[in-house]
Ligand binder design. Sequence first.
Ligand code: RFL
Ligand code: PHB
Length: 392
Amino acid sequence: MRTQVGIVGAGPAGLLLSHLLHLQGIESMVLEIRSREYVEGRIRAGVLEQGTVDLLNETGLGERMRREGLSHEGINIRFAGHTHRIDFVDLTGKAVTVYGQHEVVKDLIAARLKAGAQLHFEVDQVGVSDLDTPAPTIRFLDRDGAEHALVCDVIAGCDGFHGVCRPAIPAGRLTMYEREYPLAWLGILAESHPISHELIYVYHERGFALFSMRSPRITRLYLQCAPDEDLALWPDDRIWDELQRRLAGDEETPILQEGPILQKGVTTMRSFVAEPMQFGRLFLAGDAAHIVPPTGAKGLNLAVTDVSVLAQALAAFYASGSFEELDRYSATCLRRVWKAERFSAWMTSTLHRFPGHTPFEQRVQLAELDYLMSSHAAQKSLAENYVGLPLR
Ligand code: RFL
Ligand code: PHB
């Protein structure tokens, strides 16, 4: 088997890359270990930067997002019993859009299939080899157990943090930078009307909480918990009770509407970057190359930027035969990646209660939040990062 670009992973990075290459007339094949139903039902991110929205619109993927996505012109930050709003439009002229990652994935899969793409779900035993030769190869078993070797010009490793592409790079060729956090989020998706039309990030003595949404009927909520939190100890009543306490605000704040919980899970937090995002003819994109804790809502947006840079560089490669732009891919992405790492780590350390923090450190966190709300410059800095920094 042969293709121009072999793509490992059908998350947002792999699917969007395949779509962008198709628009440039470049052929690709996408290999995914999970089923289509699984990837379409995986509840994750929800906040799209303006740049992400623009790219989806410009490439013909925005039809449903324009109808169902919710434009948010700011966020709320609640601490010490009061809610403060940060107005993105006022501060930056930009907004963000709340539209679930799984909806983006559904739109991408529908568009790829309509264009006759080669998308293979439920493949197994995926391995990549010959990465520093002109014929890098992906070996895999298809869903019927038949063995294949897919010879490519280039491989895109879009297989997430736990994938096989990054570990296939020889030891010593990558430098990894990592921070683990002693905390996690317990997230739920619930049938309940949102109590606010914008997100609420809460710093609370019982721990961080986040109020978000997916539609006018579906609320998405997160609670800070321990990394090894046992979900079995969190029956629905306990989750609602804890959310009510942490989200309780001033008198004007409506009480959270409780409803059936449709989905729950625990997400651990990590900051991680692998440098460079390339080895030979293997290019890493999205979570395969870098992870941010979700507090800054950046992971999906970084994945989108990576593949838009990679698709452009591949188009230049096929037009000229030159590797020049592909060789710049990693450095171009990493400059922006590191700024998102910085912002996500800052949001995480400012808004969570850290086990082992002294009262001094907690007072410093409150002073940081108080300063943020009293300084136009500090708010502008948060807003600029949240709506998305420019690529260059
Ligand atoms: P994905 O989505 O993990 O996709 C990787 C795909 O590769 C497949 N795979 C393999 N396929 C073939 N062979 C193998 N050996 C394979 N190993 C794995 C996997 O099954 C999967 O389908 O990575 P991608 O495409 O890079 O996308 C990254 C995003 O998913 C991630 O960054 C975001 O979800 C992060 N994130 C958020 N990002 C935002 O921009 N805004 C947010 O509001 C936001 N909120 C979040 C988040 C992530 C969360 N969790 C659960 C980690 C909230 C949460 C709770
Ligand atoms: C979400 O809606 O899932 C969401 C929103 C903001 C974040 C993280 C997740 O920072």
